[in-house]
Design a protein. Structure first.
Lengths: 206, 388
């Protein structure tokens, strides 16, 4: 049992990553990764919401009538998203303004419904919790990597602190404006997928 | 034939197990650049036109030479003109100044692009592909002569890897590699490729030229997008004595290249002609019913002569890899490029030059156009069969 929980936690972080293998949650990965800080907050929010909703749905899984399961899942997720959104507004107002609608849109993030349908409806609460944490962290890891590159090359900063010294700018270095735009995030996610496939050969398509 | 003998002599070094095996692709690239490879097909009967892609690429490079040479001269001319020293400068002063300003960009473009091509060829155990010969020549012609070298290097690396190699190399790219380089610079480092301070080299090079302190010259399109009236049409716009990207200014030099491309049949006259028809028609439409701005009021002949319209129509839209391939599709593809380029110029003041975006957009649609044309033909013939 412990082994299974371990697997549920570890698998989605790299080998079965929700973003680069299942290609879920791409929209928010493009939208919130222009800077590192909102990306980290977004990653953590999704992790908490997936884990909690997985546990709740897993506990309810035997009592939910099959025909209305989607609406029950949505109610649970919507409630959790609202709680997280309110907490962010109370304690991290700046970031919640930066993230704007994207916190609310976690409801529509495919990773959530995907995990609820594919995992929590069939497994116990402990395994579901681990699965939620694993998928959330897998999502967060990709966001952080993309945001790291985008903020470093796009604004010369990390977490809002100037990293590239003024000396470079004096000698003709310029921030890459394309990094701030969403298309570059898509290209960076593509690069991560490229790297991922070259390490996991069984995922390569013939 | 001593060079041939020398190449044969050093060949074993590059074979499997030789000490220079890591440079095999470099050796093969230069060998097939200098001589026709003597490998032949092993099975079946193959008839090859001797007009192979190597000769085709060389022809395009020759066709680009007038634009490059005139562009070099114009870079010098613009510098001296802005300094008010035109009467003191000789022809060769201007040309050498421009030559020294443009040459580093040509070298950077080729070194970075070919290095990536050679590395990929070595890595995938393939032969070097010729495609970059032309792209590498076009890239310095479509950026300003002041473009910083490191930015050019980054842009070339980006476009060769992401627009070409990941799709499988020469002939597999669906977007024009040279235009992606320019688009990358345009979106990533807009300050080096737009505005009014980048089009004229503002410092002396090896004692030639003049230092221009703060003196700037906008392109005709730049002026038209920011002021109430477009600059009046002059013959300089046809000859090319106006500020702009290196190779795009002279209609005459581009026309010489176009003649060669059309004579050798490399570029499709349908694509080229329809780009001009689309552009002219759209310009006339905006003259009549367009919004109230300087760009819409610009007469069609001026729209054609300024900016990159001619260069794009002759050298970029006709790229055989990224353009439509069906005969009817070429008309649709060309008309839409011309119309779209003028539309972007008129409707979006943020992008005074619409040619780059228009061609890239239609590159994306070329496969769809071809598909529709082929399907239409299939349906027409199928219905004829049913009628009988």
């Amino acid at each position: 049992m412990a082994n299974k929980n371990n697997e549920a936690l570890k698998q989605p972080i790299w080998v079965n990553n929700p973003v680069v293998v299942q290609i879920l949650g791409i929209c928010s990965a493009l939208a919130v990764t222009a800077q590192l800080k909102p990306a980290i907050v977004m990653g953590l929010s999704v992790t908490v919401i997936v884990a909690m909703s997985n546990v709740i749905i897993s506990l309810l899984r035997n009592t939910i009538p099959n025909r209305i399961r989607i609406i029950v899942q949505l109610v649970v997720v919507a409630a959790l998203v609202t709680i997280v959104s309110e907490i962010l507004k109370a304690f991290a107002y700046d970031v919640s303004v930066q993230l704007s609608v994207y916190i609310g849109l976690i409801i529509t993030n495919c990773i959530l419904m995907g995990r609820l349908e594919a995992f929590a409806m069939q497994n116990g609460p402990a395994a579901s919790f681990m699965d939620g944490i694993g998928n959330g962290l897998g999502y967060a890891a990709i966001l952080v990597v993309v945001a790291f590159v985008r903020e470093l090359l796009g604004s010369g900063k990390l977490l809002g602190f100037q990293v590239i010294p003024q000396w470079c700018y004096d000698h003709g270095y310029m921030n890459n404006g394309l990094m701030i735009m969403p298309p570059m995030a898509l290209i960076l996610v593509g690069c991560i997928i490229w790297f991922h496939r070259s390490k996991n050969k069984d995922l390569q398509e013939k | 034939m001593s060079l041939r003998n020398y190449l044969d002599k050093i060949r074993p070094n590059f074979d499997e197990g030789g000490k220079l095996h890591a440079f095999r692709s470099l050796y093969e690239g230069f060998e097939s650049f200098l001589y026709v490879p003597n490998t032949t097909a092993k099975n079946g009967v193959n008839i090859h036109d001797s007009f192979d892609s190597k000769r085709m690429m060389i022809m395009v490079v020759i066709a680009l030479c007038p634009a490059l040479l005139f562009g070099m001269y114009n870079v010098g001319y613009q510098n001296y003109a802005l300094a008010g020293m035109l009467d003191q400068a000789t022809f060769w002063n201007k040309f050498w100044f421009g030559f020294l300003a443009v040459l580093p960009r040509l070298i950077v473009s080729y070194v970075v692009g070919l290095a990536i091509e050679f590395t990929v060829a070595q890595w995938k155990h393939e032969e070097i592909q010729e495609g970059y010969l032309v792209s590498g020549f076009i890239i310095p012609l479509i950026v300003p002569a002041t473009c910083p070298l490191w930015i050019l290097a980054v842009a070339v690396a980006f476009s060769v890897i992401f627009a070409k190699e990941i799709f499988g190399g020469t002939g597999m790219n669906f977007l024009n590699v040279a235009l992606i380089t320019r688009a990358f610079i345009f979106f990533a480092y807009p300050s080096v490729i737009s505005g009014d301070s980048v089009w004229v080299v503002d410092h002396t090079i090896c004692g030639l030229g003049a230092n221009l302190d703060g003196m700037t010259a906008a392109t005709a399109l730049g002026t038209a997008s920011t002021t109430a009236a477009a600059p009046a049409f002059t013959m300089d716009m046809v000859w090319g004595f106006i500020p702009g990207s290196v190779g795009e200014t002279s209609v005459i030099a581009i026309a010489l290249g176009a003649l060669l491309l059309l004579y050798t049949g490399i570029a499709s006259w349908k694509t080229m002609l329809s780009v001009f028809i689309g552009g002219i028609a759209m310009a006339v439409v905006y003259n009549q019913w367009g919004p109230d701005n300087a760009m819409a009021a610009m007469p069609w002949y001026e729209h054609i002569c300024v900016g990159g319209f001619c260069f794009g129509a002759v050298f970029m839209a006709t790229d055989p890899v990224t353009s439509a391939r069906t005969e009817c599709g070429k008309w649709i593809y060309g008309l839409l490029i011309g119309a779209m380029a003028i539309t972007i110029r008129v409707m979006n003041p943020g992008y005074p030059e619409g040619m780059m975006l228009a061609i890239l957009l239609m590159n994306c649609f070329a496969p769809l156009i071809d598909y529709c044309v082929v399907q239409k033909n299939v349906n027409r013939r199928a219905s004829r069969l049913v009628k009988k």
